[in-house]
Design a protein around this ligand. Structure first.
Ligand SMILES: *[C@@H]1O[C@H](CO)[C@@H](O)[C@H](O)[C@H]1NC(C)=O
Ligand SMILES: *[C@@H]1O[C@H](CO)[C@@H](O)[C@H](O)[C@H]1NC(C)=O
Ligand SMILES: *[C@@H]1O[C@H](CO)[C@@H](O)[C@H](O)[C@H]1NC(C)=O
Ligand SMILES: *[C@@H]1O[C@H](CO)[C@@H](O)[C@H](O)[C@H]1NC(C)=O
Length: 332
């Protein structure tokens, strides 16, 4: 799977550049427009060019289906799907590169307080400047590490009032219960961090390389953030309670089914996203219940040009995309 993913990446980067023609007919073709916009360099006439054009046309058909008013009755705030930088990948290629996380069976959260908490209409840890910028996992299937490191950064910022970017590469290289850029689980990584008390160093000291490497060790005197404990629950059917925990614990790491996210452009995802088939990991930073459709505010790791400045909105209440199935937060 990794080899396949990497070979796609290499093709993007190395295949010979031949400028597409510039006659008006070609300039009007959506595929050529896509090639220019995303800097693709497939030689016209090559097999690769034909293959990519085929996947692109398939993606256009997918967008019609996903946006279809028959299957997803159009309403305001509905998610919108269309051309983005993943549009020349087949769904299989997309899955092999970007969808490398699993759901884990967790205990159901048990409500302890008798009274229902009063929740604000809108809450987002970004508003307090306690969330690091959106990252880009590139061709590394390390979403699980991005998800929990994001959560630890925020937990540390909430405690210390100091927002530091911590090393995702360290978790990818060192969490031996996971498979680095070939995939992993948020819960295994938290289990490892809680057991070993490894200190995560700054991202600038242990830079992201988009591939699994050898685990580096740092003297215990160096700056680093270790976790003291973590919580992990299944909040399916109790997303109200999950909102309370987001306020109490900080941003929440979650696993989701992100197959339809290949084509996501914006809006609130309400359909075409199953639960119980998780393949990706993300970080929930907040929620918004001010409009007709309440939604989770979710930070992804596919760069800031994907979705809504790197974020995606997911409807609250029906475990859409399995957002409430595998939820965790670290305590630092
Ligand atoms: C293509 O044509 C447009 C409009 O005539 C022109 O502005 C542009 O520079 C041309 N691009 C190339 C690569 O020749
Ligand atoms: C969507 O919103 C617009 C403007 O707010 C409104 O005119 C329109 O009726 C709404 N459509 C639906 C289907 O609710
Ligand atoms: C979470 O709980 C729901 C409802 O109890 C269940 O259907 C679902 O399978 C659970 N999810 C996981 C990942 O175990
Ligand atoms: C984390 O580690 C502490 C200390 O070893 C332990 O008491 C706690 O149960 C662990 N947390 C989880 C969720 O396993």
């Amino acid at each position: 799977m990794l080899l396949f993913g990497l070979s796609v990446f290499v093709l993007f980067c190395l295949s010979a550049w031949a400028a597409p023609g510039n006659n008006t007919e070609e300039a009007g073709s959506p595929f050529l427009h896509f090639l220019t916009r995303y800097g693709r360099r497939y030689s016209p006439g090559s097999l690769e060019f034909q293959k990519r054009e085929h996947f692109f046309q398939e993606s256009i058909r997918r967008h019609e289906y996903l946006n279809s008013p028959v299957l997803a009755p159009y309403e305001n705030n509905s998610a919108i799907y269309g051309i983005n930088r993943f549009s020349d990948l087949s769904p299989e290629e997309f899955k092999a590169i970007y969808l490398q996380s699993k759901a884990v069976e967790l205990p159901k959260y048990v409500t302890t307080s008798a009274k229902e908490a009063i929740l604000p209409a809108r809450f987002d840890w970004r508003d307090k400047n306690l969330v690091t910028p959106v990252r880009n996992q590139l061709s590394c299937g390390g979403c699980w590490a991005f998800s929990i490191v994001g959560g630890i950064e925020s937990a540390y910022a909430i405690n210390e009032n100091l927002l530091e970017e911590l090393s995702v590469q360290q978790v990818i290289d060192c969490s031996y219960e996971d498979n680095g850029c070939n995939g992993g689980s948020t819960i295994n990584a938290l289990h490892w961090l809680n057991k070993t008390r490894v200190k995560l160093v700054r991202a600038s000291e242990y830079e992201f390389k988009a591939q699994t490497g050898i685990c580096h060790y740092f003297p215990s005197s160096d700056f680093g953030v270790s976790i003291r404990d973590y919580k992990a629950y299944n909040f399916s059917d109790i997303e109200e309670e999950m909102m309370t925990q987001l306020i109490n614990l900080g941003p929440l790491a979650a696993t989701v089914d992100a197959v339809s996210w290949q084509d996501y452009l914006g809006g609130i995802i309400q359909y075409h996203c199953s639960s119980g088939e998780a393949n990706h990991a993300v970080l929930i930073t907040g929620f918004d219940r001010t409009g007709d459709i309440p939604y989770w505010i979710v930070k992804n790791s596919w760069g800031s040009t994907w979705g809504i400045d790197g974020y995606v909105h997911i409807k609250i209440g029906q475990n859409v995309c399995g957002i409430a199935d595998t939820v965790s937060a670290a305590r630092v």
